[in-house]
Design a protein around this ligand. Structure first.
Ligand SMILES: CC(C)(COP(=O)(O)OP(=O)(O)OC[C@H]1O[C@@H](n2cnc3c(N)ncnc32)[C@H](O)[C@@H]1OP(=O)(O)O)[C@@H](O)C(=O)NCCC(=O)NCCS
Length: 149
């Protein structure tokens, strides 16, 4: 009998590039025992910040977090996977859609738990906005291969 490797029960699958995967630990909980929302947001900010710094070739700051939604709780032991997708490149800013998915440690079932839009501004050494550089050929090739996973 063949083993089913993916049992995501809904039609929706993660959108974007897999950027961070981490296991939720007891130190990440809120007083109710579920995973603390602020911890999840920090993981999302870290993932989006990694992508922003790479795309902007340098320092960036989070300037806004829009439409952040917590859809389902995350519990200790869950594998937490964060997916990112640059949706808009402005003069000095980047909008990055971020999704978080959970997989219970002992199952193959995954579900989306949070999503939102993170806005980053590329900064100079003096903390002033600086233009986002054009995409290099290598980045364009990478993007065309990773628009949806
Ligand atoms: C980042 C910072 C230097 C930008 O300064 P600013 O005066 O807002 O700069 P600007 O008005 O020139 O805006 C820069 C870009 O950010 C965008 N932007 C600024 N505020 C925004 C917001 N709330 N939502 C979406 N975009 C925003 C602007 O549209 C502009 O984009 P564009 O150049 O692509 O058109 C300043 O806001 C700052 O230092 N913020 C704190 C950042 C920080 O500490 N983050 C960590 C939080 S713990």
């Amino acid at each position: 009998m063949s083993e089913t490797t993916s049992q995501t029960p809904c039609e929706e699958f993660p959108q974007g590039i897999p950027t961070i995967r981490v296991v939720a630990m007891p130190t990440d909980t809120n007083p109710g025992g579920d995973i603390f929302g602020g911890w999840l947001v920090s993981q999302m900010d870290l993932a989006a910040g990694t992508v922003a710094a790479s795309r902007a070739n340098g320092r960036c700051a989070t300037v806004a977090i829009n439409n952040l939604t917590f859809l389902k709780p995350v519990v200790v032991g869950d594998e937490v996977s964060i997916y990112t997708n640059i949706t808009h490149t402005g003069r000095t800013s980047l909008k990055i859609h971020v999704q978080t998915w959970r997989r219970a440690r002992d199952t193959h079932v995954t579900s989306k738990v949070t999503e939102g839009e993170f806005v980053f501004v590329a900064l100079t050494d003096k903390h002033q906005p600086r233009p986002i550089p054009p995409l290099s050929t290598k980045e364009e090739l990478h993007d065309s291969c990773n628009t949806t996973i």
